[in-house]
Design a protein around this ligand. Structure first.
Ligand SMILES: [Mn+2]
Length: 301
């Protein structure tokens, strides 16, 4: 990115907790605002506008069960995602780079759909402990936040989709993966999604793995980063709904962001699954703000 002409950033919140069962993840956007996300980006030289929140119902208002209890709150989630899609699409059409603050990971059905329409070919980087590759027919929990990539790649039935198929498997790469359900694991292994697990990072190092992933995006003109904060090790960021041991270290996560900043193609970002109720003095959102700063050009030297 050149020093003279930095893109303007628009940020918005989606206080959605309908995609999983632990309350509190709806406050992730508040936690990121409290941790100073806007100010941190402004200090990097960006023009930043906070668009506020997408209107989101609370679970007490929701009574929909369109897929026989296999995908809880699916219709309401898609309604919210459609609003997030419209907001992201309008913002990107005006030339802004967009940051969506979750909320649980289900919000990404909306943002990825919009990002995909804003470029010729999108690469989607899923930074997560989980694959989010269940369908309503394989999920052990019925939680939609674990079905997002399956929906985006055309594996989920209506109404659990923004459109029948948003992206090809070959457009998606995952990193940080360490916890898959049994059928999800089989489906992901058989798919065309690029998956790099914690073992890959342990064996070959983060820099090598990130270079590999960036190569899979060689024919993409834009990259969407979907950052689930449970990708980090719980010792670094434990304020998440579904913590899993053995995650990314603080420096591995920063290196990923720094290498993506050098690449220069990131036009949209989700920061999801922060649960301030389960956190300690807002540490997880603070770590997230630091990672976002690295993604948008903060350098050590
Ligand atoms: Mn996730």
């Amino acid at each position: 990115m050149s020093e003279t002409k930095k893109p303007s950033l628009q940020i918005f919140g989606v206080p959605m907790d309908l995609g999983q069962k632990r309350r509190g993840v709806d406050m992730g956007g508040s936690a990121l605002r409290y941790a100073g996300l806007q100010n941190r980006l402004e200090r990097l030289g960006y023009d930043v506008t906070d668009l506020g929140n997408v209107n989101t119902p609370v679970v007490e208002q929701v009574d929909d069960d369109p897929i026989d209890g296999l995908a809880h709150n699916a219709k309401s989630i898609i309604d919210v995602c459609t609003e997030a899609y419209r907001l992201t699409k309008a913002s990107m059409a005006d030339g802004h780079t967009v940051i969506a603050m979750g909320g649980d990971h289900s919000i990404s059905m909306g943002t990825v759909s919009a990002a995909n329409e804003a470029c010729k070919r999108l690469g989607v980087l899923w930074v997560d402990a989980h694959g989010d590759f269940n369908t309503p027919f394989t999920t052990p929990s019925g939680n939609v936040h674990g079905m997002v990539v399956a929906s985006l790649t055309g594996r989920c039935p209506a109404p659990l989709q923004i459109s029948p198929k948003v992206v090809e498997d070959s457009q998606v790469a995952m990193i940080g993966i360490r916890d898959l359900d049994a059928e999800e694991r089989v489906a992901l292994a058989a798919s065309g999604v690029t998956v790099r697990t914690m073992r890959d990072i342990d064996e070959r190092g983060m820099a090598f793995v990130v270079q590999e992933i960036i190569r899979t995006f060689a024919d993409c003109d834009a990259i969407h980063v979907s950052l689930d904060m449970d990708s980090l090790d719980p010792q670094v960021a434990h304020g998440v709904g579904t913590p899993v041991p053995g995650g990314l270290t603080y420096r591995e996560a920063h290196l990923l962001m720094e290498m993506l900043a050098d690449d220069g193609r990131v036009r949209s970002l989700d920061v999801v699954e922060i649960n301030p109720i389960l956190d300690d003095t807002n540490r997880t959102a603070t770590v997230a703000v630091e990672l976002v700063a690295s993604l948008f050009g903060q350098r050590i030297l």
